[in-house]
Ligand binder design. Structure first.
Ligand code: C2E
Ligand code: CA
Ligand code: CA
Ligand code: CA
Length: 279
């Protein structure tokens, strides 16, 4: 028994070392990839249920590291930990702005792109905020062409003066979405204090809403609350017609998910917009 105890100890410590090594390895590769602009962005349509049309896309970063797709969940965390996230964010924003500009030039004038921003990318002052705005303006776009998605974890209390930061973002003219709603803590406090335009209900609530009564109640309640507060609601991770029908009956404003489309490469957006058919 002692031996096996010792073995499992070795096993775990080996595993921890492997994890640490992989992280360091990825950090170096990622830093290189950012420098050489080797990250890609794909775009997932967000569909308006009421208008039965699409005019928003969420930008999602992709990284193929020498033949291996690394999940954003993994490398975003590494980028945050090793202070690469601001450069990564700038790269995503500038790639997205270029694509958006081209779409507008093709006549898709009212398209908006949603861009994810991590806690470490929230501007700390006016000049950091200006950097982002400069990028948007550099491509001949308006701040209102961009919506920033922020997760609740970005808003952990005491870390930053969230209200000031949000007001900075807001003054810039960009809209703001609260991402992964319901998964963090003190969600409700944020909704009350912070000037957000959209609430995105996390996929985990949508997945089981047709089979789990509690999830159904939660989703209905979030939608009713958001509407009463004058916010628009987006349901994330909609995969089935059944979910769409339930959300539609609850007057959810927008849906996003594999039912309509996976994230698409930039070259396919114009085609998607012109061929789109809700039914
Ligand atoms: P998120 O912001 O919650 O993005 C939604 C995730 O759900 C995306 O995963 C998307 O591909 C996936 N998804 C969309 N519809 C469905 C569906 O119907 N079913 C299922 N199973 N999944 C669906 P992805 O692209 O792997 O991104 C994961 C997370 O990485 C994002 O979660 C976001 O937090 C982060 N991320 C992605 N791109 C960026 C970025 O450019 N900057 C930052 N800071 N974070 C990013
Ligand atoms: Ca998001
Ligand atoms: Ca989300
Ligand atoms: Ca997420």
């Amino acid at each position: 028994a002692k031996d096996s105890g010792r073995n499992s100890y070795c096993y775990f410590s080996q595993k921890m070392q492997d994890t640490a090594l992989r992280k360091l390895h990825l950090k170096n590769q990622l830093s290189h990839a950012i420098e050489n602009r080797q990250l890609n962005v794909v775009y997932q349509p967000i569909i308006s249920i009421k208008d039965k049309r699409v005019n928003k896309f969420e930008a999602l970063v992709r990284w193929n590291n020498q033949g291996e797709w690394v999940s954003p969940e993994e490398f975003i965390q590494i980028a945050e930990e090793f202070s690469l996230i601001k450069e990564l964010g700038q790269l995503v924003l500038s790639q997205a702005c270029l694509v958006l500009k081209q779409l507008k030039q093709q006549g898709f004038n009212d398209v908006v792109f949603n861009i994810n921003r991590s806690v470490f990318e929230i501007p700390l002052n006016q000049s950091e905020n200006k950097q982002w705005l400069n990028t948007i303006e550099h491509f001949g776009l308006q701040p209102s062409d961009i919506c920033f998605e922020l997760t609740e974890s970005a808003l952990a209390p005491d870390k930053r003066n969230n209200e000031i930061l949000f007001n900075l973002l807001r003054e810039s003219g960009c809209t703001i979405a609260l991402d992964d709603f319901g998964t963090g803590y003190s969600s409700l406090a944020y909704v009350r204090r912070i000037p957000i335009d959209y609430i995105k209900i996390d996929r985990s609530f949508i997945t089981d809403m047709s089979t789990n009564e509690d999830d159904n109640i939660l989703v209905s309640t979030i939608i009713a609350m958001s509407k009463a507060l004058g916010k628009k609601v987006v349901a994330e991770g909609v995969e089935t017609k059944e979910q769409l029908d339930l959300l539609s009956a609850l007057s959810c404003d927008y849906i996003q998910g594999y039912l309509f489309s996976k994230p698409l490469p930039a070259e396919q957006l114009a085609n998607y917009l012109s061929q789109f058919n809700f039914d």
